[in-house]
Design a protein around this ligand. Structure first.
Ligand SMILES: *Cc1c(COP(=O)(O)O)cnc(C)c1O
Length: 223
């Protein structure tokens, strides 16, 4: 049996290969796509093994878990916070993470701004499909939210979405891409579209994702 490090590196290479193929099917360059390795519940050793072969973008969902790991890991890691964010936790992320993907409340934005030395970079999470069980701003309200968050001092880079787990993702990715394109007409500085996970990242790339968040295909199933 292969050791854990070989397994992780092989998985990463396989995912990178699939990214390239999906990009080429869509007439895009793989360089346009940032792969975020979602390391929630995974140990520091796994993250280091991937860092050693050049992976730099990692995603975490739980503030406390991330805080427990971050001090043992290299500063060159670009951390993406992708979990639900209560405003009382925002202070731990300010100045320390590269991008927060999961913004859906004004109070979290305000708290981040208050605690940050430079404008915090955020994505607005959009509840495509208006799924009541999920976080995110309703699609109809997303543009206004971007404007307001920018006005109070956040650097909004774009959008993130998680389609409903039990349904075909394509219509939700299309809806998100449509919203992204129309927002960019007014705000050309928006340049990030975060969508696609293990089960659907190739589809997301074909439909315009710039950032994909992949956990299981790299690390294996979470316990
Ligand atoms: C856990 C998680 C992922 C990764 O999911 P996989 O199916 O394991 O690839 C991506 N995005 C978010 C928001 C997550 O919570």
């Amino acid at each position: 049996m292969k050791n854990r490090k070989d397994e992780l590196v092989a998985n990463l290479e396989e995912v990178r290969g699939r990214i390239s193929e999906a990009a080429s099917r869509a007439g895009r360059s793989p360089d346009e796509i940032t792969l975020i390795a979602v390391s929630k519940t995974m140990p520091v050793a796994d993250i280091l093994a991937l860092w050693e072969v050049g992976q730099r973008d990692f995603g975490e969902n739980y503030v406390q878990e991330w805080r427990d790991k971050v001090d043992e890991l290299p500063d060159s890691i670009r951390w993406h916070y992708i979990g639900g964010l209560q405003s009382n936790k925002a202070k731990y992320l300010a100045n320390r993470v590269t991008l927060i993907h999961s913004i859906d409340s004004k109070s979290a934005v305000k708290e981040l701004i208050k605690r940050s030395e430079v404008a915090p970079e955020i994505l607005v999470q959009v509840n495509t499909g208006n799924d009541e069980a999920k976080g995110g701003i309703e699609p109809d309200a997303a543009l206004e939210f971007v404007t307001q968050a920018s006005e109070i001092g956040a650097r909004v880079r774009g959008f993130m979405t998680i389609p409903p787990f039990d349904r075909e993702a394509i219509p939700y990715f299309r809806e998100m891409k449509g919203l992204f394109d129309s927002a960019r007409k007014e705000m050309p500085e928006l340049d990030i579209l975060s969508m696609g996970m293990t089960s659907d990242f190739e589809t997301a790339i074909e439909l315009g994702a710039t950032h994909i968040r992949v956990g299981t295909a790299i690390f294996g199933k979470r316990g």
